[in-house]
Design a protein. Sequence first.
Lengths: 261, 954
Amino acid sequence: MLVPKVLIIRTAGTNCDYETRYAFEKAGAKVDVVHINILLANRKLLKDYHILTLPGGFTYGDDISAGKILANQIKYNLEEDITAFINEKKLILGICNGFQTLTKAGLLPSINKNYQEATLTFNDSNKFEDRWVYLKVCSNKSIFIKDTDISIIYLPIAHGEGKFITKDETVLNTITTNHQIIFKYVNERGEEAGYPWNPAGSIQNIAGICDPTGQILGMMPHPERYVEPTQHPRWTRNGLKEWGDGFFIFKNAVQYVKTSF
Amino acid sequence: MYSRIEVFLKNEFPDPLGNNIRSEIETSGFRGVTNVRVHQVYIIFGNVSKNTLNTIAIRLLADTITQDYQISDSGSGISDYGHHIVEISRKPGVMDPVEQSVLKALRDIGISIDGVKTAQKYIINGNISNETIRSIATKVLANAKIEDIFIYPETANYNHGNTQYSFKKQTLPLLDADNKQLEEISILGQLSLNLQEMQAIQRYYQSINRDPTDIELETIAQTWSEHCLHKTFKGIIDFNGNKIDNLLQNTIMKATKELNKPWCVSVFKDNAGIIQFDNHYNVCFKVETHNHPSAIEPYGGANTGVGGVIRDIMGTGLGGKPILNTDVFCFGIPDTPPDKIPKGVLHPMRIFKGVVAGVRDYGNRMGIPTANGAIFFDERYIGNPLVFCGTVGLIPKNKCQKEAHPNDLIVVAGGRTGRDGIHGATFSSAELHEQSEQTSGGAVQIGNAITEKTLLDVLLQARDKGFYSCITDCGAGGLSSAIGEMGQDLGALVNLERVPLKYEGLSYTEIWISESQERMVLAVPPEKEADILDLFKAENVEATVIGRFTNDKILRLFYNSQLVGEIEMDFLHKGIPRLERKATWHRPVFEEPALPEKKDFGTDLKKILSSWNVCSKEWVIRQYDHEVQGGSVLKPLQGIHNDGPGDACIVTPVLGSKKGIVVSNGMNPRYGDIDPYHMAASAIDEALRQIIAVGGSLEQVALLDNFCWGNTNKPDRLGSLVRAAQACYDIAIAYGTPFISGKDSLNNEFVTEKETIVIPPTLLISAVSVMEDVHNAVSMDIKEPGNLVYIVGLTRPELGGSHYYHIHGYKGNNVPKVDAVLGKKIMNTLSQATNCKIIRSCHDCSEGGLAIAAAEMAFAGGYGMILHLSAVATEGGIHRDDTILFSESNSRFIVEVRPEHQKQFEKLVKDIPYGLLGKVTPEPLLKIYGLNDKLIANENIYDLREEWQAPLRW
């Protein structure tokens, strides 16, 4: 049986590669963490993989704006290769800084290809925050969450620039009608609520979206930080689950590759 | 020739940064500001066409979804819309990470420019005078020590281009100098060398019959600085008539030696102490202080403090991977009225916010969880804030030893060298005074976390490939200390002109002693040169060969093949005359309060909960990423609402393994005012209590000491230091917990024309322990109604230095003491209980005693408690409720146990003092019954939580 291969791209300031690798390996994938310079020098490398992942961190210090410099490196050097990657029905996951990067590179929401239609900007609170949030799964368009009965999950966010904004109403309506909104911030009862449940002040409480094909997922919360039961902030109260809420995202991706390639 | 690109949010978007600054301005006491918007300004140097500028703005600088931009040429200066306009930029030579990123990003899209500089432009609306704007600019927006301020109609002017350096070898007339001249040379050169030391240097140069060059004298000053050498701890002390030859070896290191634990891998010799972890890895831990720089520039000081201690871990053995940060601060009182602030001092609130931001930005960018810490407030820290930065690292078992060899190449890697941080080592060894900001501005630095992260990424690969034989960090003293230490038993030859510079104009001496951040020095075997340089290049990290180690035990410094310095390593490292100092200590006597007996203690309870030292630090904790790397098992915030104050933190550095690392800290300067011995003992007990409370054990606990004291040239200060050190020995031996590393920062005194403000003697004890199975972890929040609540340990009449006395304006004398024999028995028993998994929650009694611990457990758990003080095990004849409620006696815990485990638990604790206090109730009330069984406190837990959270809810 085929072993799904995951490429985690790292560069200056990437810092969630270790736990993201762990999550994919736990899900049964083979993972390589590769520096962007190596990929830029040999773009064919991408062909060897089924899942491309941009992990969390502060690429290039988030100087100028979060994920921007890496987004340009991708936009101006890897555009065709990534289009080809998507045409081969392969998957791309961007977590936190990875989501910011994909959005600024025009890969999300990607209604009109490769053209920035949304952004993630400074939290309304104007400060970096680390807190756990409840997420409502709003659509199963994304392959990463396909065929799951899960409706609400609990994951941590840790960011200062997580406020999701679309270019205009049209983009917002389109991603809504396309079911590209995958995760929304909600309270423990599953209702949409304001701060702190929606920590950055995203429009319509949006926490994660996918592209029209459902193959690219970007999300601000960190699924890789809740794959082990002991990562839950209240496991000493509620006991240990079999695995963390974030794990199914990696499992689904790996499962998809196993069945489709 | 330059152009300006201003980037700003479109009007329809709120400006969070601007709003934030508006409230900052308000809280700083300036009324009338209605609105603030911030423009990010990029100064683009070089002859760049309008088209290119547009491309730069659209493709890189502006996020076109939310932002607009505006291009103007250098002439136009600051455009004049809005009410008041202030533009602030970092002074030339001050690190600005954004500049480097912009240049890189422009290269990526094929645009080359001469250089870039950034600035922030504040457009401030409101009915405010120009004078007010000026003080807003200096007091809120900028730090004039590192930033230039332009207030419209002044036009900002920026120039690019550097002063050239023309070589001239400098020597100092030492041979025939008299004592007065010797002292002058030391003062003028900011060498912080005393007369005795200057004389020793003079004798040495007389023996070789020449005057020293400036770089030689600087090298000696760096190496002999208190900061690098710990002369006080290693000197000779006459303590009330008893001679102590090397306090460190006779107390702290002595305990480690006598305990002789097999799991101690490396102690007191490397950049950090190392203990065993599992079959593959060891754990290293180091805590540093960065006090003086943080006093002058809080953001940069704390920022580089974190960066520095992380490099200590990167330079331990052949390099550890940082897995956890811990940060402890001491500040003045945040709401001190501005007119009570001494001249030359920043407001404590500003220092607090700046320090937190500095720690946040560095730790978060490095991807290291900051999961443990503490903040202590006392008015005496107003001129000398304390910033303790600690890092825990994971290091492969076979990478813990290092040794440079003759002919190994000296490679400097990471950041470039600039004029920043000149004289940090000597400056940090001196007292601060009103003019410190002028004379020591050079010691102020800003870090660049990403430079350090890229350096770390490559170093760990190079380490595993065996590309270098030795490594150390460039910290205090810069290359001088790093190469001086590494080559101590070898000798070294350095070509200073090869060191990559941030900008031209540095003298050979500045290059040598600069404390520019993010640099490491490696010893590379010649045959590995190509490999390691390629590896660095592949990830855009600069690495340069600047010399080689020799075998003649001489340090030779060249600049463009001219010999500018030549010192024997033996004199450099062994030539310093040992300090001989008098120390004395007499127990002070404070007024013993006679507080009236009370019927209800709700008010006192709330007063303590809302006091600066006890209140919630959530505002700080949430700004730190405390979960990156995925290992957090017990987080700093716990309980049903994720907001209760945890004791120690637990992480699993190897994902998938149940083996954990537990980290805690203990500190209580107020006890030190009464007796530093019991302060130190209590600090150790507190650090250990926290480890036990979360389910750890005393099996394998290592301690770190960080002493921050006043001027130890004064016998009373030195005497209290000796008392504290003696306690460290006694208690470490009794608990069987060795010290593995430590550091001291002395001379923490601030001199104004009126008075000298001395910090309270402050000892931070940090503890690290290994936990076999993190599934045994216990949090502090009460879990289920109906469960039983016990207190374990003895409560004594020990209110001296307590929070209860403090809120009533007293210190008292009866400071908490440590009975380590009993304490050890109690802690071992509790560990057994947690191993049986019969402890539902546990919290140690420290600040505020039993009452505060119980309140915290209750509101963290979301349930109430009914408690009876008559059940508390006491000693020393306690007849008052307040004593039992608020005494801060050591080695005590409050424990929650399910009814079905009552027998099993009581059987376990039968040989130690304990009492069944009461039980957990569904109704959210904390009800406490006094000795005479009358209700003496009856408070809603959410009211208590509100009191506790309100002070720092910013």
